[in-house]
Design a protein around this ligand. Structure first.
Ligand code: ADP
Ligand code: MG
Length: 619
């Protein structure tokens, strides 16, 4: 019998390797940006069309390649970065496997132009699916430009597997952020579909963070600096009161390489213990420098994990450095003890407030409001006072405006719903005496029913009521707006703007009116009737972070997400005292809902306790 083992042809091997290296357009972006950095560029431009599906181009002013190197760079295992296996233990470059360009060229149309400083003319090479289509001498500036077109053109299955442009673009932007944060001393720009999304001049680290995440970031950064024998830490953490509802602003860099480390993330969380509101996450932008010999970078090209020789020590140093910074900058006392204290402030902390003698509350600090003339509230406390009234108003207004409509809008829904519900409140003697509800712990509302009583979670119940209201507004597009006396201006980062631009139309259907939708800010002149002005910036922040979390995963529904996000922001909070009228409104409105039993996030809104249950306990 003939031998059956064959060597795979190079282009097949490259395609297989490409499957590992190139998962999506963002992987190409990462590889090309890293190559430019390794080539010592001081200025790097990224050009994207159609979320990288049509073109991904990186232009750098680095050292360029000779014509032989240019041709060789597309060969597998062709690298200028290591010469022997020993070099693997002291890597100072991003790449070293010599696989990226070969892989990319196997599954796309690639055009390379490159020139070294010392040479008059450069080289241009064109490759399609590993096949060299041409190589010629060309006029081109010093540095390298690589354009990757029609990614996955020869692997339709992979191409079809790509997510929507929004999702792919987010991944690209994430990679861009990571690389740009790791190298503040390099200028970066990004052009997406012909318009410049980022222009980051070479700067210090703080400016880089601010340039990426928006001007308002500056005031929330607390520096962290620590140097020990094994580890140097530098960078910033976010003040606790600016903690976000998403994990998007969490960055570790080890020796200028972005990494993910749940373990070190835990160390940061430990440093913030007692300082964060439930469901919020600290921002951090931390650069760790360690001896390359003490780490094991997982040499899988796309992985961002890393192993440290002495994790426990790093954990301890990191935690104490962050804790120290938070303490030193006196940020802990800025915590708002007024707001949602039952829910948000951990008990340990709540009772400790008097034991910190040197409290310096920043009275001008106002976490969510932009400082436009329209912001009426003054200091922190007045803001939250206003806000809590606003919360009440919102409950009242929301319910009131609906209660007039309720009979009309939801009558048939009620009819459809469980007939038992109709009877829930029917013959209760307590009801006729005006004693239908009771609030306890500023969290639950009890209401007697025929067979016993229900205990309702006020926040979840109100979320459900608002959610169905918003969904309806979004579907029938009939929202009413209230004009603001002064337009409200919100400053936003580019990526936040991208998100809001996609949601603009839906937002308008809920009742928002925008007077301008400019590059880095929006101006709002009208808001939905049931949205208090003081809540607007909170709603937008929540919305942006919800989208950021949602988008990478699914073909999410913008409408549903918007309704969920707004109801979450606006629902009365745990910790708010409600009047009898408000309690009753809430109970009635909940049972006028289509799905009263769960919150928009599928959590139980109320439980029923039957008289029998009590009877049993008294046996
Ligand atoms: P690696 O980065 O692991 O060495 P790549 O396939 O990414 O492998 O690149 C192969 C080689 O091509 C690099 O080692 C480098 O010598 C050269 N190269 C790639 N991109 C550039 C660039 N932008 N400027 C100069 N040289 C480059
Ligand atoms: Mg590389």
């Amino acid at each position: 019998m003939a031998d059956i083992i064959q060597l795979l042809p190079d282009h097949v091997a490259n395609q297989i390797a490409a499957g590992e290296v190139v998962q999506r357009p963002a992987s190409v972006v990462k590889e090309l940006l890293e190559n430019a950095i390794d080539a010592e560029a001081t200025s790097i431009q990224l050009i994207i069309k159609d979320a990288g599906k049509t073109i991904i181009q990186v232009i750098d002013n680095g050292k360029g390649m000779s014509d032989t190197d240019a041709r060789l760079s597309f060969e597998r295992h062709a690298t200028s970065k290591i010469r022997s296996a020993e070099d693997l233990f002291s890597i100072h470059t991003k790449g070293f496997r010599g696989e990226a360009l070969a892989s990319i060229a196997a599954i796309a149309h690639v055009e390379l132009k490159t020139k070294r400083e010392s040479e008059e003319l450069g080289t241009r090479i064109e490759i399609e699916g590993s096949v060299v289509k041409g190589q010629e001498v060309t006029v081109t500036p010093k540095g390298t430009s690589i354009a990757v077109k029609h990614l996955f053109f020869n692997i339709p299955a992979r191409r079809n597997f790509l997510k929507s442009d929004n999702v792919e673009l987010r991944h690209i932007i994430d990679e861009f952020h990571r690389v740009a944060l790791a190298h503040p001393n390099i200028a970066f720009s990004m052009i997406n579909n012909g318009s410049e999304t980022f222009n980051l001049p070479d700067s210090n680290y703080r400016q880089r963070v601010v340039n990426i995440f928006g001007g308002k970031t500056n005031e929330k950064l607390v520096p962290v600096e620590e140097e020990t024998e094994v580890l140097k830490i530098s960078g910033f953490v976010g003040k606790p009161e600016f903690s976000r509802r998403s994990k998007n602003e969490q960055f570790f860099f080890v020796n200028d390489r972005f990494i993910k480390s749940p373990y070190l993330n835990h160390a940061i969380n430990a440093a913030y213990e007692g300082l964060l509101k439930e469901g919020s996450y600290p921002s951090y932008f931390l650069k760790l420098t360690v001896d390359p010999k003490t780490i094991d970078i997982n040499i899988h090209p796309t992985k961002t994990e890393i192993k440290f020789d002495d994790e426990h020590t790093l954990y301890a140093i990191l935690r104490s450095a962050v804790k120290h910074s938070l303490g030193q900058f006196n940020v802990a006392p800025v915590l708002d003890f007024d707001r949602d204290n039952n829910l948000d402030t951990p008990y340990v902390y709540k009772d400790k407030s008097s034991s910190t003698p040197s409290i310096e509350v920043d009275h001008s600090f106002n976490p969510f409001q932009s400082d436009t003339p329209s912001s009426k509230s003054g200091g922190l406390s007045s803001k939250f006072k206003k806000e809590s009234t606003a919360g009440w108003e919102s409950l009242y207004v929301g319910l009131e405006s609906k209660s007039t409509k309720t009979e009309v809008d939801f009558s048939n829904l009620e009819f459809e719903s469980d007939p038992e519900k109709q009877e829930l409140f029917s013959d209760d003697s307590a009801m006729s005496q005006g004693q239908t509800t009771y609030q306890f712990h500023n969290k639950y509302i009890i209401s007697p029913i025929k067979s016993g009583m229900i205990v309702m979670d006020q926040h979840r119940a109100h979320s459900r009521v608002l959610y169905e209201g918003f969904l309806k507004q979004l579907t029938v597009k009939e929202a009413t707006s209230q004009q603001l006396l002064f337009p409200l201006k919100l400053e936003l980062s580019n990526s936040d703007m991208d998100i809001l631009t996609q949601l603009k139309e839906d937002l308008e259907h809920t009742g928002f009116i925008f007077s301008s939708f400019a590059e880095n800010s929006i101006e709002i002149k009208g808001v939905p009737v049931n949205v208090p002005e003081s809540e607007v910036s909170i709603i937008f922040e929540q919305l942006i972070s919800d989208v950021e979390q949602e988008v990478p995963d699914t073909n999410f529904s913008a409408t549903d997400l918007l309704a969920k996000s707004m109801s979450k922001s606006l629902a009365i909070k745990t910790g708010q005292t409600l009047t009898k009228t408000e309690q009753e409104h809430l109970v009635n409105s909940l049972f006028a809902c289509k799905e009263p039993s769960v919150s928009p996030f599928n959590r139980v809104t109320f439980i029923t306790m039957r008289v029998d249950d009590f009877d049993k306990k008294f046996m």
